[in-house]
Design a protein around this ligand. Structure first.
Ligand SMILES: C[S@@+](CC[C@H](N)C(=O)[O-])C[C@H]1O[C@@H](n2cnc3c(N)ncnc32)[C@H](O)[C@@H]1O
Length: 286
């Protein structure tokens, strides 16, 4: 194989691996079969890929496209694959799985996007986007105390703790199940926990995907306004699902006198997430 083909295959395999370990939905995988292109050597078939499923078994990603993918390459999936899929669809047995991001951060996450009445038990794309930005801009976090609002499963914070050498990191959330899972994930990643956060006033405040409804926006702006005497740097990342929601956020910021500017888009693409969703990040001046 020519060196450039080899490099292309390496990248493709890496892309598959990242999506697989992060248990992303199958449609987000860089499938080339069915689109007319040749599969690269080394990806010898879906059968080989799906053989991993019985080892890690994060069934959330065995979603609707599994059967079409097999049909496209005229192969039969493993029995274990069907069993895991059936288990998930019937909502029995497995409710959490482990997802690995970049081989650096491993999280226990729910297999459903909403469970126990919260969306905080899974990692959202804005958390990945913000973590990518942090990895690209470690100086913003190095030797500093970070407060994260609405940490959810903890991906952003754990990536910052592991890769940006922050002094202290304060995770926060309002939901008891989320906090329990968050604590488990921090321990899973080898962090030591301290209950007393009073000595650590934040230098930086961050939040990912917490702008999903008007009540959340109003309450977030209220918290930010209360932090303004400390004047921390603030970064808020979100998926632009509804322009009116973003508009409400900036209007509320203006109402309490918080200035903001949009950070330039980055295209780190370290983590697998749906590229077609529009991601955004604002930096605020309190
Ligand atoms: C969509 S999830 C995002 C979680 C995580 N930041 C991510 O991007 O993966 C929103 C999170 O905000 C938390 N949350 C919502 N309102 C909150 C509030 N008033 N105070 C603290 N956390 C809140 C929820 O419990 C949930 O974990």
């Amino acid at each position: 194989m020519a060196p450039e083909e080899n490099a292309g295959s390496e990248l493709l395999l890496q892309s598959f691996e990242r999506r697989f370990l992060a248990a992303r939905a199958l449609p987000s995988f860089p499938w080339q079969v069915g689109g007319g292109a040749e599969r690269p050597a080394g990806l010898s078939g879906v059968q080989g890929q799906t053989g991993w499923v019985s080892v890690v078994k994060p069934p959330a990603f065995l979603s609707d496209s599994v059967c079409p993918q097999h049909e496209a390459v005229h192969t039969e999936p493993l029995d274990e694959l069907y069993e895991a899929l059936a288990e998930t669809l019937m909502g029995q047995g497995v409710h959490a799985g482990h997802r690995s991001y970049l081989g650096s951060v491993t999280l226990s996450e729910s297999t459903a996007i909403i469970s126990h009445g919260t969306m905080g038990l899974v990692t959202w794309d804005a958390a990945l986007y913000l973590a990518e930005w942090a990895i690209e801009n470690p100086a913003a976090f190095t030797h500093r105390t970070i407060l994260e609002l609405g940490s959810g499963a903890g991906l952003t914070g754990l990536a910052i703790c592991k890769l940006c050498r922050s002094r202290a990191y304060i995770f926060s959330d309002c939901h008891s199940w989320v906090l329990k899972q968050l604590q488990g994930n921090a321990l899973l990643n080898g962090l030591s926990l301290e209950a007393d956060i009073t000595a650590n006033l934040p230098d930086v405040v961050i939040a990912a995907d917490v702008l999903y409804c008007p009540e959340a926006i109003v309450s977030l702006v209220g918290v930010l306004w209360r932090l303004h005497q400390r004047a921390p740097e603030v970064y808020v990342a979100f998926t632009v699902r509804n322009p009116e929601t973003c508009q409400l956020f900036t209007t509320e910021l203006g109402r309490v006198g918080i200035r903001w500017e949009a950070e330039a888009h980055h295209d780190q693409k370290l983590f697998p997430y749906k590229e077609h969703l529009e991601m955004a990040m604002l930096s605020l001046t309190l």
